[in-house]
Design a protein. Sequence first.
Length: 391
Amino acid sequence: MPSQRPVNRGARRAADLVKWSRYDADVLPAWVAEHDFGQPPAVAERLHGLVDTAAFGYHETTGPMVASFCRWVARRHGWSPEPALARPLTNVVQGVWACVEAFTSPGQKLILSDPVYHPFQNLGSSSGREVLRWNLVRDTTAGHAGSGWNYDLDALESLLASDPAARLLVLCHPQNPTGRALTAAQLARIVDLALEHDLVIVSDEIHFDLVHPGAVHVPTLTIPGAESCTVAVTSGIKTFGIGGLCCAVAVCGNERLADGLATVPGNLLTLPNRLGCEASIAAWDTGDDWVDDLKRVLDANRHRLVDRLRVELPDVGIHLPDATFLAWLDLSAWSPGERPSTWLRERAGVACESGPRFGSGGEGHVRLNFGTSPAILDEIIDRVVSGLGGT
């Protein structure tokens, strides 16, 4: 179980995992969105079996992978997608780009909500589409951090009313980097606006399993009407720490959307490899108790991080994330410059992701990964507090 597994940082570096090998050994990594808790035991067992039998040829495990995914989301999220409407993919980013190609054309516009997962910042330039910004709004009424970052649904309504060329909304749900989880009521209004304005929603739900007490993940496709306008793209890689195995699923709400996605040439929508499919099957079929334990560790870690920083380094702006193992820290009180992560790494020996990469609202911020052991998290916090002159 994750709570019983210490993190062997030397072994992580020796395995050439990019999270641990990107920086020098004296730097603690809290940057890339990958936790340190490994996988359910069945994953390694399944992969060892494939290696032992040299099962490296062409395969037909995408169908069983989709079936396993459907069982998982039915158990965990009350969502029963139609397997025939699910498209196996290599990764979630690939699915988002494919939806842009399938459902928009040059001259039509995309909507992004900054600050948002930084690869999405390239969507417009790489596809020749203009990007409209429906940015999150920061609440600071309760202090430097307040309740964090929120969606302004009235602003979305105004944006859609003012620009009929908007055709696709990329929804990061749960949100990366702020950890915000949308409620059913919020999703219902977004879906209503999408239907009214002929908008396709691409819902990136890769962190869907990692929502903490006080919030809940509502799959967008469970909202009434969403089936007419939504493609959900997700994966088990964040939940189970298997990002290197490359396996994801795009679930279309209806056949019309599935037919639209199918217009993207198949050779561009490459399929996941067998190891990724088999690892996902093993994780989804056996991982319920393991994930429950993981979530308990992450819930304790988010409170540990927020509580300590609020006391020991109160000038850091930090809110309690609803979801993910990522915290969004405002270091603007120190004027960290255009590269806040480099500034912090030089002072504290902790590597985070730089906030400006996530777009508007990222100035002065870093994204810190708290998905590690409590002992390493305490060391990360100790270094940040000491490096920034806290108590």
